[in-house]
Design a protein around this ligand. Structure first.
Ligand SMILES: [Zn+2]
Length: 80
């Protein structure tokens, strides 16, 4: 196994195919019956920098939302 392969998660589908999902941008890079067929797609995949930027913003927004719904604030909103 090359270090590059660890950048992808393989998910088996009920139809017998396997998806290769990039761990960085969460994109399904390829879907194939044989996992070996996923290798070339994984080697060629390059994460879209705009997608990565947008994902980072989403995570940041989710973290901010989690902070704003802290238990103390939730208690306050319940009291109203
Ligand atoms: Zn990617």
């Amino acid at each position: 196994m090359t270090p590059h392969e660890s950048d992808y998660v393989h998910r088996s589908n009920p139809n017998g195919t396997t998806d290769s999902i990039c761990k960085s941008c969460f994109l399904t890079v390829a879907s194939a019956i044989w996992e070996a067929d996923l290798d070339s797609a994984e080697r060629e995949h390059k994460c879209d920098p705009f997608r990565l930027k947008s994902l980072r913003k989403s995570v940041q927004r989710a973290n901010e939302a989690a902070k704003s719904t802290s238990p103390r604030r939730m208690k306050q909103s319940l009291a109203c």
